[in-house]
Design a binder for this molecule. Sequence first.
Ligand SMILES: N[C@@H](CCC(=O)N[C@@H](CS)C(=O)NCC(=O)O)C(=O)O
Length: 149
Amino acid sequence: MDATKDPSSSSSSPTLFTILFYALPLFMVLKSLYTYFFSSPKMVSPAALSKAQALIDSNKVFVASKSYCPYCKATKNLLNQVGVRTATIIELNETEDGAEIQDALEQITGQRTVPNIFISGKHIGGNSDIQSLNSRDQLVPALQAAGAL
Ligand SMILES: N[C@@H](CCC(=O)N[C@@H](CS)C(=O)NCC(=O)O)C(=O)O
């Protein structure tokens, strides 16, 4: 009796499922690596850059926010709690050029997430940073120095 396998049987040739199972994740990993190492940085228009810089420079407190973002809500609540009178808050998702401003802020600060917070033109960071500043009793003095309280 001949015990050799039938070469056309499905167990010896890779199925479409097997190919996709291994090839798809491999493709995605390679694509991410290629994008990370070789893609050129995002182009930000000079207009968006100067608008973002003006918002940072000309406001005692400036927060780039998104209306649905829970971290942004926590930051806005904290600013309210400590009694901030003057803060400029831009909801990027409700602003026509919000996406470009977010790109510009990323270029300026290296931070893409919102909230993106500035006091007296100084980059504070995100919600965790402002909460930590408050826990260390450094938020109110910074806001007082900015004339925002
Ligand atoms: N650790 C950050 C978390 C902020 C965060 O993840 N924000 C989200 C929105 S809720 C974000 O910016 N996602 C990217 C985006 O909206 O472009 C903080 O404390 O601020």
